[in-house]
Ligand binder design. Structure first.
Ligand code: FMN
Length: 116
């Protein structure tokens, strides 16, 4: 079977996650990422596919830290608004009204009502 571009989405559903990061000044950033895949058992490694110009990628390369937030229905609409292209100094999380709480082991905040 040969798939046309975009047809794969009907066969392979992708998760809706929001990756939170911080830049070198500690300013938090958030962006939806669907291309997130656990690899290797016990599934404690995660592969992320990112376009090169993303602030998210820049921040991860700079700090080595990120949080993958799995979003439930209540925050879904707000989470999607983080896809807007905010300037780096603007906290998109605050702009869209998503509440955060500190992560246990890394600097980027977690989205307060993310699953898990
Ligand atoms: C549902 C959804 C899933 C997305 N998944 C990805 C992805 O897997 N990889 C990626 O590079 N961009 C993805 N994007 C696009 C980024 O979220 C978007 O370009 C965002 O503005 C990047 O923000 P940043 O520059 O602050 O990182 C996705 C967007 C949406 C709405």
């Amino acid at each position: 079977m040969e798939l046309k571009p975009e047809q794969f989405k009907r066969m392979l559903t992708l998760p809706v996650t929001v990756i939170t990061t911080v830049d070198g000044n500690g300013v938090a950033n958030a962006a939806p990422y669907g291309c997130v895949m656990p690899i290797l058992r016990p599934l404690d490694l995660v592969a992320i596919a990112s376009a090169l110009p993303r602030h998210t990628l820049h921040n991860i390369r700079g700090t080595g830290e990120f949080v993958i937030n799995v979003i439930g229905t209540p925050s879904f609409d707000k989470a999607m608004l983080t896809a807007r292209d905010y300037p780096p100094e603007v906290e998109g999380l605050r702009e869209v009204g998503l509440e955060t709480s500190p992560a246990r082991t890394v600097s980027p905040p977690r989205i307060a009502d993310a699953l898990g």
